[in-house]
Ligand binder design. Sequence first.
Ligand code: SF4
Length: 362
Amino acid sequence: MEALSERTRTQAATWRPRRVLATRSARAFAHGRAILERAAARGIEIVELPGDRLNLAFPDDPRRAYAEAKSTLAVVVAPPSKRRLQPIAPSADWRVDLAEGCPAHCSYCYLAGSLKGPPITRVYANLDEILGVTPDYLGQGTITSRNAARSSEGTTFEASCYTDPLALEALTGSLSAAIAWFGRWNAEAQLRFTSKFADVEPLLGLRHNGRTRMRASVNPRAYARFEGGTAPVAQRLQALRKMAIAGYPIGLTIAPIIAAEGWQDAYGALLDDAGSALSGLAELDLTVELITHRYNAGSKAVLDSWYPGSSLDMTETNRVTKRTKFGTEKQVYDTATMRALRTFLEDRIAQTLPTARILYWT
Ligand code: SF4
């Protein structure tokens, strides 16, 4: 699954699920029906479920089950818990979920182990209800306001915690609706999303009012084998440029930073490419987020079953165990590796993207 050809990668970057499941309650929402109409217009099979349970039956063969789940989109109603927003440090004050799951095939995917069950993608039909609670959280976050580089952004809302919303946008329109929603606000707030996809055309003409920051989630070209089904990095950078020209604040999420052999050359080339792609833009509002690769026993087990041939190193080499504030453990790079990565990246960012503000390192 890692070795997708460039042509397949580009096709996959415009996702077309094999089937769309629609629960009964989801069909009662105009946004849910609009998603189904777009899917039907593209000739995608629609399965109208009699109730609200997905009742998914997948093959016993884990590879086939994975493939079927990854090619399935479900239109559902988000549970009430999605309307009680959770803090999401260090990315943003609050997490706002437009969907859950992603059609791509990254062999480090951070969703593995955190989402239960087969990896189908669920999009939420009750988008208006989800967005409707966001004003209640204005001024309540503490993550952004404590960071001097971010204090001008107001309360921040992250839409990419459990999905890549741009990957789904052609079918859902959810991201456009969220951008327009925040664009209408007369308050200090920011919607944020990060993406490994590149089809930003539907977003360029929206009345965003500068209240949405798109970040391109990038890794070196040399690591494309770890990011099956995503858009090529060069396209992501060009998408970011288009968004900046359309007046959006933008950013790079360099994630996950992988200390594979030759990482200095690989990340140096990535930053050179980013510098070229974003050159000549006046009043560029550019941020950078730096997130190192990590995993835990649960996510490693899931990823090993999904991508058994992956060459991504998840051995104990260069790793230490870190205990989280929730009492769980994760494997992160050891201190020497972390220091080398951080020093290198911060220096190169200062050289290639001198106006960029680094928001955090983790
Ligand atoms: Fe996971 Fe992001 Fe890759 Fe999707 S694009 S598979 S969410 S890492």
